[in-house]
Write a protein that binds this ligand. Sequence first.
Ligand code: NAD
Length: 491
Amino acid sequence: MTSTAITAAELLTARHLINGEWLGEADTERLNPARPGELAALSPSGTAADVDAAITAAAAAQPGWAALPAPSRGAILIAAGNLLIERQTAIAEDLVREEGKTLAEAKGEVKRASDVLRFFGSLGWAATGEVLPSGLPDTTITTRREPLGVVGLITPWNFPIAIPAWKTAPALISGNAVVIKPAELTPLSATHLARALQDAGLPAGVFNVVHGKGRVVGDALARDPRIAGLSFTGSTNVGLGLQEILNGRRARVQLEMGGKNGVLVLDDADPRKAAQVVAVGAFGLTGQACTATSRVYVTPGIRAAFLEALTAEAAAYSTGDGLDIVNSGEARMGAVVSRQQFEQDQAAVRSAVERGATLLHGEYDGDPSGALFFPAAVLTDLPFDDAAVTEEIFGPVVAVLEVPDYEAGLAAINDSRYGLTAGICTDSLARATDFAARAQAGVIKVNRPTAGLDLNVPFGGVKDSSTNTFREQGRSALDFFTWGKTVYTGV
Ligand code: NAD
């Protein structure tokens, strides 16, 4: 294992990692969304042949990896987690350059990736099966979990190191080999994960990275019959398309997809605290989280005070280059990831206003530099069927609508094709308990922001947010990457 420090400049160029070799001509430019024209990363554009080579390497390496004692596999994950922390600042700076979030958010994400590796690494000592009685004489029954074999991972740009880590760690500790296709916009962050695993002593071929376009590299990964399980995080349309491909053969698929997460604010809540909860959920990470708050339902008695407090919160989310902490240390919101996403945010606000919405905060008057900074936007007085209320925007835009009472608010929360997270702000234990039982979402937050998750507990959604079969994170993440075997032993 090596613990040499690495600098951000070293990793400006990402390459495929196939069978322990860094390969591919880095011909695709990624520009920094906060600094127009500045190169953030170069990466290769992978082909189906690269995917084939990576799967071949993974298939060859997997039996040896699975044969290692689980604590030895775990030790490598823990060492890789430690390297991420040693390299935290350099990695976070690369992450800011390619994704746009603030340095504080990026450092937090690198820490999360490190913690995830260490959590699953420690499970190497704790893998469990059951011992069960048999109806037969002198017979014991035990259960075991076996690895799937070679698994494919396809990940989005918004948590470009944490999501690859939280899929890779449970896959590896279970004895699988991995081929990952990271998002095109953020090739460096996944490269840092690969570097840490390699430097920690992971055998060649156990973890492979192929960069490139989703419809080329991702598609080839999904279609290869040697892939025994595919875990995808990204948009609902792409995820459902992948499910169609995987349905044609006996392979597992895990999809974590879009969200349109709602918060219900009741009259008995403290308006200032409720506004803070909503603002953190809506504007943190530039609103680019699948768990972000994007619609809020308020009862009449708290509406005015809540809107006033939320508007003040939005005004405090100053935008700026996530790395420019010397000149504008106060920036709380970084850049939007891409021009396309920026235009989507802008179009959502414009169209709501054209349909009669009031924009309480978030007037955008253009940035002459061309940097992709979008203000925290608060919309109200808009129709319940407006796209800003029903469709995922994936930006710092929140719509606030009035509902007559709790029941109407709960119905509005549930009136969505998505079901990832849902929140309620209330002082009533009875209401909170009822909401937790009846809200249709995989994660419920009471008086806490919809975004922000602990790493040791199950995460996933319902409806069009998730396959709703296997959960990610915590011990439950192991279920997707293993299959169960029942062993009868007679003496
Ligand atoms: P995306 O669906 O465009 O891309 C996700 C990944 O899929 C990328 O690596 C992309 O290259 C790949 N891909 C694209 N087309 C493909 C195809 N035809 N075949 C195979 N792979 C393909 O999503 P994005 O823009 O990167 O990320 C934003 C989306 O991710 C949002 O919808 C957000 O809600 C979702 N997301 C969900 C979660 C969750 O846990 N539920 C977490 C983060 C992000």
